[in-house]
Design a protein around this ligand. Sequence first.
Ligand code: PGA
Length: 260
Amino acid sequence: MQKKLYFGSNLKMYKNIHDTVEYLQDLVAYTKDISRDEIELFIIPSYTTLESATKNVDRTYVKLGAQNMCWEDEGQFTGEISPLMLKELGLDLVMIGHSERRHVFGETDMEENKKVKAALDHGFTTLLCIGETAEEKNYGISAEVLRTQLKVGFHDVPKTQIPNIWVAYEPVWSIGVNGTPATADYAEEMHKVIKQTLLEIFGSAGADIPVLYGGSVNPGNANDLIVQPSIDGLFTGRAAWQADKFDKLIRDAKKTFESL
Ligand code: PGA
């Protein structure tokens, strides 16, 4: 069977409730005819939109996730969101360790590990984001950084959780308006390191974990990235925030992949 392709977007701190729901409904309408056996589509909007989104969007077609989560169920953690609160919304997935959480808000690998374990314990599909900075890349330690982020991030996570684990590789230097997209060759090289490390952590079943590329994915590079053997999907920011454009990017990438 052909491998399933993953397409998702993090809406970051953009789009109000109305615009998020409209975007999600449009995205479902545009992409409805694409078999969900062939693609997995997910969107990670802001917290305040999640309740309306879960009530107004058909999640057979699009999974919904949260951008971050506290590792504790409750307590004196002002400004944090508990896994129980996200469960109450019936969300499908939680993203942990996005580059902006690590580098703007100073989250550490150990904190990401606590969050990963809490998210998995509460039954969420857990998307761990990893990636090296430009400085680390220049020192030639990208592989070491990725291996560390994975080994600490998944420390003490049992193999039984593998079906609920996804990974996104997003080099910090490639993300956002000032980012330079990674070349397909470089992304593939890093994805190989990630896949190898997942095998070391989880044994042969680690091969089942999907690894997505993210960071300035756009219509000009999506097709070259998706055909790389170690890339299982695309995690797209800006280029996905208009439903019609994201639909086109998904269809083009899928068609290119199928023509291999
Ligand atoms: P970008 O964002 O595609 O806009 O670079 C990627 C991300 O932060 O996930």
